[in-house]
Ligand binder design. Structure first.
Ligand code: GYE
Length: 333
């Protein structure tokens, strides 16, 4: 059942720097240097989703480190997973007349008005990590981030791999990410698509959001195990929810990774440790180290470049338990 084409070697887990970095090298004059003046420090206003997960912590660190390395003045705010906080942060960046605005949108809808305000103020907007649904695509320059639908599909193929040789029913549970967010919508879609074409006796018996947090994963999994004791497989849409679910599974007297097979997305350090312990069976990686690409893009748009690719996709790999121990020391997040 496993489609081997979906497996990458699992060694190179680095963010794509290719096309954009190459672009940056051939086009590295800033507006200040091209007019012969003293180089003006670029100010970037960045509105982060929150601090819900290990992925997010690594993403925040990457943005801060890359800004410092690029000599960019970073204004950073944490929206605590609330869209109204992000809208307020973006409005404040517009008021402060920053050179470029970037944000990782909590949810996909509801951005038209504030993005029109940024456009009217002639401040370019770069999306990182998550996409938005807007009627006018010119409201942002580019999205730097992963293909979440492909991640959902990869996770489903990993589940097929993990369940190879399994006899009897497969009763899957799914822990979804934040409701209305791009990764939750698209990972759900990708996973369901592959499952629909998979073994007809495999069923998703229960699915609910755990809000991408460890605590959410623990609470929701505990409730799942009460209402559906027949669950023997879990797709957690991030490692943190899987780690919370592992606690709930152990508290219910079952063995995670054995009685209940677990596949998750991200590939953060703690997720890898759980794989080496046999508690997570496989991970579809999602790379959070987007900072360097964001700084390259910010410099280019500030220098007046308008034709960046509309979507700069992150490269990532799949990992199974047998690869985890060898890969763990080389993981960067
Ligand atoms: O998978 C999850 C985080 O948007 C890709 O958000 C990101 C997701 C990531 O909270 O851990």
């Amino acid at each position: 059942m496993l489609n081997r084409r979906h497996f990458l070697t699992g060694t190179a887990a680095v963010a794509a720097t290719g096309a954009l970095a190459a672009c940056a090298k051939t086009n590295n004059t800033t507006s200040a240097s091209s007019t012969g003046g003293a180089a003006k420090t670029l100010t970037l206003g960045f509105s982060q989703v929150g601090s819900e997960s290990g992925w997010r912590a690594a993403n925040t660190q990457s943005v801060k480190d890359a800004a410092a390395a690029a000599g960019i003045n970073l204004k950073f705010s944490d929206a605590e997973q609330k869209q109204e906080n992000q809208i307020a942060a973006i409005r404040s960046y517009i008021q402060q007349k920053v050179d470029v605005i970037s944000f990782s949108p909590v949810v996909v809808t509801g951005w038209d008005t504030v993005l029109q305000e940024a456009k009217a103020a002639k401040i370019p907007v770069i999306l990182t990590d998550r996409s938005v649904d807007v009627s006018d695509p010119s409201l942002y320059v580019t999205l730097i981030g992963s293909d979440f639908e492909a991640e959902g599909e990869r996770a489903a193929h990993l589940m097929e791999h993990v369940l190879q040789g399994h006899t009897g029913p497969v009763n899957l549970a799914q822990l979804e990410g934040t409701t209305g967010s791009a990764p939750a919508i698209d990972r759900t879609k990708g996973f369901a698509k592959v499952m629909a074409a998979s073994d007809p006796t495999w069923k998703i018996v229960v699915t609910q959001t755990g809000n991408f947090t460890r605590d959410g994963g623990k609470q929701v999994m505990a409730a799942f195990l009460q209402s559906h004791p027949e669950i023997n497989a879990l797709f957690a849409q991030n490692d943190d929810m899987a780690l919370g679910a592992i606690q709930a599974i152990e508290a219910a007297g079952k063995k995670p990774g054995v009685d209940i097979k677990i596949v998750s997305c991200d590939g953060v350090h703690d997720g890898f440790v759980a794989m080496t312990q046999g508690k997570i069976n496989a991970i579809a990686e999602c790379n959070p180290l987007l900072g360097p690409q964001l700084m390259d893009a910010a410099k280019q748009v500030a220098a007046g470049k308008t034709d960046l690719p509309k979507w700069i996709k992150t490269k990532e790999s799949d990992f199974t338990q047998d690869q985890a121990a060898a890969a763990l020391p080389t993981r960067k997040y």
